[in-house]
Design a protein. Sequence first.
Length: 179
Amino acid sequence: MQLELVEQCKLNDRMAQMKLYKQYCDGMFCVAMRFLKNADDAEDVLQESFIKAFQRIHQFKGEVTFGAWLKRIVVNGSIDFLKSKHQKTIELDEGYMHIANDESWDVDENIDINAVKRKIEELPEKYRYVVQLFLVEGYDHREISEILKISETASRTRLLRGKSYLKESLSELKYGTRS
């Protein structure tokens, strides 16, 4: 059914495009909102993403689901939008950070999910994108490296540093300390 709709879209069938749009617009809006935090910006990115998807529909080969293919377009559009706005970032002096290869993402049970989300938003951009793509969107390092145009090693390093920074921030919440 879905591949049939995609094939109809490749023939420039407006009704099929509208069906795909209605099927995916809410979910893709949520993806954009997780990055942009502003409904107007998310709506703009969503519209641009659908336009881009329909313009490039011939590139869709069915190796992944249409939703996964479209999600990549929305994620890239969201990141490009943020980069174009030159978001203010906090650069860490990486030389002073101790990085441990810790696979655990456990946080204190007294810290709620909204606090974690806020702390992810406070991460420096280069760490925030990797943490968000890995934790929230569920991409692996190969996919993150393609999306952000960085090496897989850089993706892993940024994830570890982002996680370290995030855990430090969350421990400040737990103990009520601020530096």
